[in-house]
Design a protein around this ligand. Structure first.
Ligand code: AHM
Ligand code: MG
Length: 335
């Protein structure tokens, strides 16, 4: 079959042998995410109709309370993942602690934990700018049939078995990896089907785009300031172009296609930056490496970090390999 006509469902079946574990498991997992993504996509697309359909806190025509979209996205993903007999625990940016599934049923065989940011960049919704969902999947490390523990969630990113994102943009895309490259699928909203539109996605080795919130410039470490000045310098193929949406998924997606670097450094205001290791940086780092790019905290590989807390933050530099290496050089030189 011509690859580009392939649906996500067909792609999952054709490639399930490359998944390290039981074949049906991957299909169930990605199918659950695909389904929830379509539901959330439908809700995100209605966001501009808030004045017509009612604002947050109002009661809608069916007598249901209108919810904030990030809360709603959280519920949709959790509901969908819960129903599939495969996930034993979920951690979400929207929940203080993790959720244990089927913990009272000794017979359950669910082996996977999912960490999720259900609606990243949600402050962009009010102004009709792209937002995204980010997900990260691990095999549990504790015994099947027992309740999950924190240990199952606090695994280094290199243990991920799958990761990906959904970008609710001009068109909606689901991009994911199971450790065999990165593939992107675009939703045909008329029939609700994802098609393989971007096979084998790769970061160009070097790029010309840098994405960072420069409003924080004076608070950045000297090495990062030096790198930003380097990006702006008139020399060789520089200055680079500055592009910052403020929506990690969208900035990452653009940079993967065009070549570039995304940075959320530490600052004098926030010692570990802003982004969360477990459900923002790790999945993006896994995708980046699978797409021949690189992800670092400025010194070390993101995927090697041993997490200590569910919601821990980490400085993040991610994108075209040579650009990430360059900022690491500047950081090392300034220290
Ligand atoms: P969120 O999880 O609260 O939405 O925050 C994460 C988002 C990223 O998508 C984005 O890159 C970053 O925060 C923007 O932060 P800032 O406004 O500080 O530049
Ligand atoms: Mg987020």
């Amino acid at each position: 079959m011509e690859k580009r006509n392939q649906t996500l469902g067909e792609f999952i079946i054709e490639n399930q042998n490359s998944f390290a574990y039981s074949t049906g498991e991957l299909s169930k997992l990605i199918n659950a995410i695909r389904l929830a993504a379509k539901v959330v996509n439908h809700e995100v697309n209605k966001a501009g109709l808030v004045d017509i359909l009612g604002a947050v806190g109002d009661t809608n025509i069916q007598g249901e309370d209108q919810q904030k979209l990030d809360v709603l996205a959280n519920e949709k993903f959790i509901q969908t993942l819960r129903k599939r007999e495969i996930v034993c625990g979920i951690a979400s940016e929207e929940e203080d602690s993790y959720i244990s599934i089927n913990s009272s049923d000794e017979n359950h065989q669910n082996k996977y934990v999912v960490l999720i940011d259900p609606l990243d960049g949600s402050s962009n919704i009010d102004v009709n700018v792209s937002v995204g969902t980010i997900f990260s999947i691990y095999r549990r490390v504790t015994k099947v049939g027992t309740p999950v523990t924190m240990e199952d969630f606090l695994q280094p990113g290199k243990n991920q078995v799958a990761a990906g994102y959904v970008v609710y943009g001009t068109s909606t895309m689901l991009v994911y990896t199971t450790g065999h490259g990165v593939n992107g699928f675009t939703l045909n909203p008329a029939i609700g089907t994802f098609y393989l539109s971007h096979p084998d996605m790769r970061f160009p080795k070097a790029g010309k785009i840098y994405s960072v919130n420069e409003g924080n410039y004076i608070h950045f470490p000297q090495g990062v300031k030096d790198y930003i000045k380097y990006c702006q310098m008139e020399e060789g193929n520089r200055p680079y172009t500055s592009r910052y949406i403020g929506s990690l998924v969208s900035d990452f997606h653009r940079n993967m296609i065009k070549g570039g670097i995304y940075m959320y450094p530490k600052s004098s205001k926030a010692n570990n930056g802003k982004l969360r290791l477990l459900y923002e940086c790790n999945p993006m780092a896994f995708l980046a490496e699978q797409a021949q790019g690189k992800a670092s905290d400025g010194h070390n590989r993101i995927l090697d970090i041993q997490p200590t807390e569910l919601h821990q933050r980490v400085p993040f530099f991610c994108g075209s390999r040579l650009m990430v290496e360059k900022v690491e050089e500047f950081i090392a030189e300034a220290e």
